[in-house]
Design a protein around this ligand. Sequence first.
Ligand SMILES: Cc1cc2nc3c(=O)[nH]c(=O)nc-3n(C[C@H](O)[C@H](O)[C@H](O)COP(=O)(O)OP(=O)(O)OC[C@H]3O[C@@H](n4cnc5c(N)ncnc54)[C@H](O)[C@@H]3O)c2cc1C
Ligand code: FES
Length: 283
Amino acid sequence: MFKVLQNEMHVPNIHLLVVEAPEVAREIKPGQFVIVRPSEEGERIPLNVSDWDREAGTLTIFFMNAGSSTDLLASVEAGSEIPTVVGPLGRETEIEKYGTVLLVGGCYGIGSIYPIARALKDQGNNVVTIIEGRSSYLIFWEDRLAEVSDQLIVITRDGTKGLKGHISRLPEIVSTLDTPVDRMIINGCTHLLKRGSDASRPLGIKTIVSLNPIMIDGTGMCGVCRVTVGSETKFACVDGPDFDGHEVDWAELRQRRRTYITEEVVPTRTSRCEEHAASRRDG
Ligand SMILES: Cc1cc2nc3c(=O)[nH]c(=O)nc-3n(C[C@H](O)[C@H](O)[C@H](O)COP(=O)(O)OP(=O)(O)OC[C@H]3O[C@@H](n4cnc5c(N)ncnc54)[C@H](O)[C@@H]3O)c2cc1C
Ligand code: FES
């Protein structure tokens, strides 16, 4: 069993989980993920790790309350235990001295780019970090990211903080930098990964994305996380999750991520709507 030390909403709908998992904390590297189960009957949830303390044996994870399993995870109280934290899984992000690296994070990816930024900085790269959210209230960890970045740029869809818009403003951002960009790395939701890859392709910037297809075992056995990259079939859990964003078959990925939408998302949304309607009726 794994003790939950902290579990609270950090910004709307994104939760910060700190859990004791000493063996994983000892081995984890930037870009790797874990699979968590909030209860014995619960589904397996793949989650990136945003920080760790090797001495204390803890992992820090940001998760979005996206459906029934993450909703259950959000309900776990600090001080209680969860049955599964498996990892580290997947390959670590390739960290070398590239020169100037643009690191892009949105949603939970604002957290999970942190250890990547730290490792790139340790290797002597010029790290330009871009964090993106719908509005200023969804932006977090600015201070922490600023500590491990040479420049931090914030983009909000509604312009309430930093630049207004989204990552499609990449050409303007690149034109303001003093040096050419040697690599871009993106973590976050599939929209951001694709949009960032589309924006960097005409600029000729090699772009690595951390893919998040549906996963079950996370060890290459079930085939559920199959993705096509450069017309080759890959299993994101063992061959990734990092892949070249210019080679990913995004249409197939989008289609496969929607496989269980009728069973998973629609019932959750419907029951939340019913709860909301009932509370308005009763109140
Ligand atoms: C390698 C990897 C790392 C991830 N890291 C994070 C993270 O750090 N923080 C975070 O909030 N989310 C992360 N995700 C996504 C997260 O796993 C899903 O949001 C979660 O499993 C949804 O479960 P649910 O039952 O709550 O939602 P559901 O109702 O099942 O689905 C909601 C949405 O999540 C997608 N989804 C469902 N099951 C999975 C699954 N097993 N794997 C991936 N996507 C799924 C569905 O396609 C749907 O779009 C990651 C996914 C992968 C593959
Ligand atoms: S999750 Fe089963 S093969 Fe990747």
